[in-house]
Ligand binder design. Structure first.
Ligand code: IMP
Length: 180
């Protein structure tokens, strides 16, 4: 049975349940744990959208690690602005560290490109990306997205940390914009 929510002026329909999301996060966590268990990685969480995914993912990482936060904004309403503005930068030294960027969604790839430019100057030992969602029909970037929770169609979504004008982030399931 479908479930509809209204956020501001738009309607969204439930498309992926929290059980399905949780299974994907678990599978992703297993892969990351295997690859990073002895590397004491630094997870760089991209706020605000990745907070829920990062929390679920990193609770399942049992080895030593560090968690940092950066904040970028590239979306206005349901459209990409085409540029990523840094709102909160990195505080700690990352030289020779194994860094994993934790993103909510890779869409156009503008944000990930800006982040990789930031890390290029930091002489990190390695750099990979984990994203909960990837829109493969939209993303045409050259940066490899190493860990992908779920591939989704090129439609605007909210929930599981993702917002529409700051609404809908708290929803535990994923909802897709209903075309009117
Ligand atoms: P990109 O820079 O275009 O790859 O998009 C990155 C950011 O835009 C994500 O971290 C989200 O915050 C936001 N974004 C992209 N697609 C969506 C969407 O479908 N719903 C909500 N936010 C999105």
């Amino acid at each position: 049975m479908s479930e509809i929510v209204q956020i501001h002026d738009k309607y969204f329909e439930k498309s992926i349940s929290q059980e399905q999301l949780s299974q994907s996060v678990c599978a992703l966590a297993n892969r990351i744990n295997k690859d990073y268990k002895d590397l004491n990685p630094v997870f760089v969480v991209v706020l605000n959208g990745a907070f829920m995914f990062a929390s679920d993912l990193l609770k399942q990482f049992p080895s030593n690690c560090q968690i940092e936060f950066v904040k970028y904004a590239s979306y206005e309403g349901e459209c990409s602005s085409g540029t990523a503005k840094q709102l909160l930068g990195l505080k700690s030294e990352l030289k020779d560290k194994h860094v994993v960027v934790v993103e909510d969604i890779v869409d156009t790839g503008v944000t990930i490109k800006a982040l990789y430019a930031l890390f290029a100057e930091k002489e990190v030992a390695s750099l990979k990306t984990a994203t909960m969602f990837l829109k493969p029909d939209k993303y045409k970037g050259s940066i490899t997205i190493d860990y992908v929770g779920m591939e989704i169609p090129d439609q605007f979504v909210v929930g599981y940390g993702l917002d529409y004008n700051e609404g809908g982030r708290n929803l535990p399931d994923l909802y897709t914009l209903k075309e009117s």
